[in-house]
Structures are given as C-alpha cells and as structure tokens.
Design a protein around this ligand. Structure first.
Ligand SMILES: [Zn+2]
Length: 256
C-alpha cells in the first residue's frame, strides 16, 4: 500500500475561512508521523491537477471563482492531483491512501461548504472513467457527514454508486457497512472517502480506534471479493488531532 502526500499539505494558510477545522495548524502532522513510523508505506508525491481535470466535475464559473483565491486554488488543485494519483496507482492494483486537504466530499459542481473546495474523490473517478480505465465504481464515505458533493458531481453516472454508513452507535454503524457490502455491486474500483470525525472524541461521538481497523478490513475484504482488489482512499474530515494519527493508521492497517 502507498500513501499519497505532498509537504505543501502541512501549510494551513490556504484557507479563507476563520473557522476552518480542516485547515487547522498541524492537523496532518500526527497523521503523517504515525503512518511513516509504521515503516511499510512508501509515499508518492502528487502534482497539481489541470484545469481540464477540474472541469470534469465543476462548472467553469465555479472554477474561475476559486482561481481568484490563488492560495486556496493551488492547495485544492494539489488535493485533486493527489486523489487522481491515488486512483491511478489503485487502478494498477496498488491500494492507496491520499492524505490531503482541503477535503472534497461537500464540493458540488458549482458550490461547496464544509471546508471543501473541489470534489477530490469524484474527480479522480471521472478521470479514470474518461480515460477508459473504469466503467463503474463504488464509493464508501465513512465520514460523519454525508458526501453531498460527491453525490452531486457523480449524478448522471448510474454505474457509480455511493454509500454512507449510518447508525447512532459503533455497532450499528459497522453493521450498516457490513450489510451493504454483502450486496454491493461488482464494480471496477472501490473509492473511499475517509473521514475520521465520527470518532468518539470528535463530532460523531461513536467510533473507536479499533473500529477504523474494522472499517478498513471490511472494505479490503470487499475489494478482494471483487477479484481485482482495486481500491483507494482519500482523507475527508477528522478534527480530534490527538488521535487522528492512530485512527488513520488503524484504517490503513485494515485497508492495505
Ligand atoms: Zn465530516
């Protein structure tokens, strides 16, 4: 399994929002430290996505409005590039986890909220589809919040299905995922929006570190059942910084 990361993602000055938890200073430090200390995950370094790659999922006027904020545009375009690199490696058979910001699953075609700018996961899937390498995809978004942006950008592509696990407790949440994966479609790739804000000390107040291993392992088992094992994950939310590293590592150990 490979990580996708660029040192620029540590720079939290890209955000134009005073209350942007995703852009919190040092948010990715503990995560990258935990993943690097594991010693088994090589890091692939992404490049910025092209304007044409953004326009696969966003309107011209929306992209132009972000271009007016050069720091945000540069960072968000690099996040898309990271998701695309993660997808490119995954489609060749190597599982990946892209550690990026800003997150993307609340970015719709012509607007965004929730600290998101561009629809990272959806744009990566459209990149694979439009280059003829996949026809279908299954997206699992285990962030505390529903990925409305991913849904919006992928609407009109019936072979791309999306599932958000749900439940008030850890047991119910894991059950909902396990249940759905049992009847999940035969697709060309599994894409994961990996948000860690359903954590017991974070906004969702339910999942424990071990649950992130279980989520990763359930998704890995599904990818194995698909036969080709193609899978990639991209970071979304996750704001309880003391445990973000161990939660991401638990997920990767299950998902790899
Ligand atoms: Zn969230």
């Amino acid at each position: 399994m490979r990580l996708v990361f660029h040192e620029s993602f540590h720079d939290s000055s890209y955000s134009i929002d005073d209350y942007d938890n995703a852009a919190a200073e040092g948010r990715l430090v503990g995560m990258m430290q935990a993943l690097r200390e594991e010693g088994r995950y090589e890091v692939a370094v992404p490049a910025m996505a092209s304007r044409a790659e953004l326009l696969r999922g966003h309107t011209e006027s929306y992209v132009a409005s972000i271009e007016l904020k050069p720091r945000l545009f540069a960072m968000a375009t690099l996040a898309v590039g990271a998701a695309i690199l993660a997808a490119d490696l995954a489609v060749r058979g190597e599982p990946t986890f892209a550690c990026v910001r800003p997150p993307g699953h609340h970015a719709s075609r012509s607007s965004a909220w929730g600290h998101c700018t561009f629809s990272n996961v959806a744009l990566a899937l459209l990149h694979l589809r439009d280059s003829g390498r996949i026809r279908s995809a299954f997206v699992v978004d285990f962030d505390q919040h529903t990925g409305n942006g991913t849904q919006d950008v992928l609407r009109g592509w019936p072979e791309a299905q999306i599932f958000n696990p749900y439940g008030d407790s850890s047991a119910h949440y894991l059950w909902s995922l396990e249940e759905r994966l049992q009847t999940a479609p035969q697709v060309d790739i599994l894409a994961v929006s990996a948000g860690f804000d359903a954590y017991i000390h974070d906004l969702g107040h339910k999942l424990r570190t071990q649950d992130y291993f279980t989520i990763g392992r359930l998704l890995q088992a599904y990818a194995i059942r698909l036969g080709h094992q193609r899978r990639f994950a991209v970071l979304e939310g996750g704001y309880y910084l003391p445990d973000l590293g161990r939660n991401a590592l638990a997920f990767c150990r299950g998902f790899e």
